[in-house]
Design a protein around this ligand. Structure first.
Ligand SMILES: [Zn+2]
Length: 94
């Protein structure tokens, strides 16, 4: 086993949306641009904003196989990014 048996919210470093990786700040901007988040989401903790938007869309974030990353951002964990990955918004490394 080279993976931990479970993953925690603290281990989320990015979000996969429309075939791009985004940091938390940029994924909100991408969601607002896509029309699935309200501008007020900028003022919320990222996970609260995602949970609220998912609920409004009828998306079950806990079951990532139940939705597509074109419909809603998927969590990306620290062991799923590479050193040369960059945010699709601000181009910062994760
Ligand atoms: Zn970014």
């Amino acid at each position: 086993m080279n993976r931990p048996p479970y993953r925690r919210v603290d281990d989320i470093v990015a979000y996969n949306f429309w075939a791009e990786l985004y940091c938390p700040a940029c994924v909100i901007e991408a969601m607002i641009a896509a029309g699935i988040a309200a501008p007020a989401a900028r003022d919320m903790p990222i996970e609260d904003a995602l949970d609220q938007c998912a609920e409004a869309l009828g998306i079950d974030r806990a079951d990532e196989h139940s939705f597509d990353s074109h419909d809603f951002p998927k969590d990306v964990f620290v062991d799923q990014v590479y050193d040369d990955d960059r945010c699709g918004g601000c181009r910062q490394p994760f």
